[in-house]
Design a protein around this ligand. Sequence first.
Ligand code: FAD
Ligand code: NAP
Length: 345
Amino acid sequence: MFIEVDHNLQPLNTLAVPARAEYFCAAHSEAELLEALEWARQRKMSLQVLGGGSNLVLASQLPGLTLHMAIQGKVLLEETAESVLLKVSAGENWHQLVVWCLARGYYGLENLALIPGTVGAAPVQNIGAYGVEISRVVEAVETLGRSDGAPLLLSNRDCEFSYRDSVFKQRLRNQQVITSVVLRLSRQARPEISYPALRDALTDDITPQSIFNTVCRIRREKLPDPACIPNCGSFFKNPIVPLPLHDALHKSYPDMPSYSADLASQPEPMRKLAAAWLIDRAGWKGREYNGVRVHDQQALVITNPNRLSAQVVMELAREIQNSVQDRFGVALELEPDIWGFAGIG
Ligand code: FAD
Ligand code: NAP
C-alpha cells in the first residue's frame, strides 16, 4: 500500500472543487484497507472514506488520511428459481453493477440506473430514485471498524434505513468502513412503476430492460452529466414537515406539490415537500451566483462549471437555505457530506 502526500482530489470529486488531501491511499483489498486503518490509528490521524466522490463537498485542504475504496469483486452466494444472493465489494461502480445484474436476469436495481458512485456508498444515504431505494434489496452490509479494524455484519434492520438516511449517517457516522454489500435480487421481473415521471415516460412494454432504458433516458435529459458540468446531484433533501405546516403552506400555495411521507417511526403525521419547487419559487432556478449556478432544469442541483472552490458553493447553498426559510418557514437540509468546513457535516 502506497501513502501519497498532498494528493490532488479535484479529479476525484464530481463537483470538481479544488481540494488536496494531506495523505491519500487507495485500498484494493481488505488487507490494504486494514493496513491503512492501522497506519492512521498509529499516528492518531483523522480518516475519511472516499468512494466515487459524487455526494461530497470538499474544503480546499483536508487534514488526515483520505482513503479511497477500490476493492472490486462480486460473489454469487446463493441462487434459486426465485432469487439470488449477491455479495458485491464496496469499490465496484454502482451503475456498472446495475447493468451487470440486468444482463443476467437479476432484477430489482433497474430504477436505480445511472446513479454515480460506488456500491459501498450506496447504503450510506440509502440511494433512491424513481420510487425505489436500495434498502429494498439489501440483505446485509459488511464493515470494518475505522478505529480497530474489527469486522461487523449488519442486517437490513441494523442499517436503520430511512429516506436518504441510514445508521452510517447517524449512530455509526464515521465509525465503519463498508467493505461489501449483500443484495437479494429477484429472478422474476417485478416492475416498480408507481413513480409518475417514470410511468408517464414508459413507451415500450414494461420490462426491467425498458425501465432501465427509460430511467437512463429521462436522467440524461434532465440532469447535468458531472463529466461535462461538475455537480454532486441534489444539494438538498426534500423536507419532511409536520402536517399543519404543510396545510398552512398549501393554503397559500395551492399548486405546491407534496407527497406522503412513509415514516413509521414518526409519531405525528408528516408530508414530504419538493425542495426543488421551494427553491424555484424562491427565485433561484437557473440563477448564477459568483460563478456557480442553480441548474436550469432541476433547482435541487448546484453546478460548478468554473471548478471554483467549495467556499463559493457553500455560500450559494446558505443563500438558498435562508431565502427558503424566510419565504416558506421550511429548513432545507444539505444532502451531500461536507468535509473540512467547521461546524458543518
Ligand atoms: P462519496 O461521494 O465518495 O461518499 C459519500 C459518503 O459516503 C461519504 O460520507 C463517504 O465517507 C461515505 N462512503 C463512501 N464509501 C464508503 C464506504 N465504503 N464505507 C463507508 N462510508 C463510505 N443519490 C441518490 O440517492 N439518488 C440519485 O438518484 C442520485 N443521483 C445523482 C445524480 C448525480 C448527477 C450525482 C452527481 C449524484 C447523484 N446522487 C444520487 C448522489 C450520489 O451519487 C450517491 O449518494 C452515491 O451513492 C455516492 O457514492 P460515492 O461512491 O460517490 O460516495
Ligand atoms: P422529479 O421526478 O421531478 O420529482 C421531484 C421531487 O418530487 C423528487 O425529489 C421526488 O422525491 C418527489 N416526487 C415526485 N413524485 C413523487 C411521488 N409519487 N412520491 C414521492 N415523491 C415524489 O425528480 P427528478 O429530479 O427528475 O429526479 C428523479 C428521481 O431521481 C427522484 O427519485 C430523485 O430523488 C432522484 N435523483 C436524486 C438525486 C440525488 O442526488 N439524490 C439526483 C437526481 C435524481 P424523491 O427524491 O424522494 O424521489
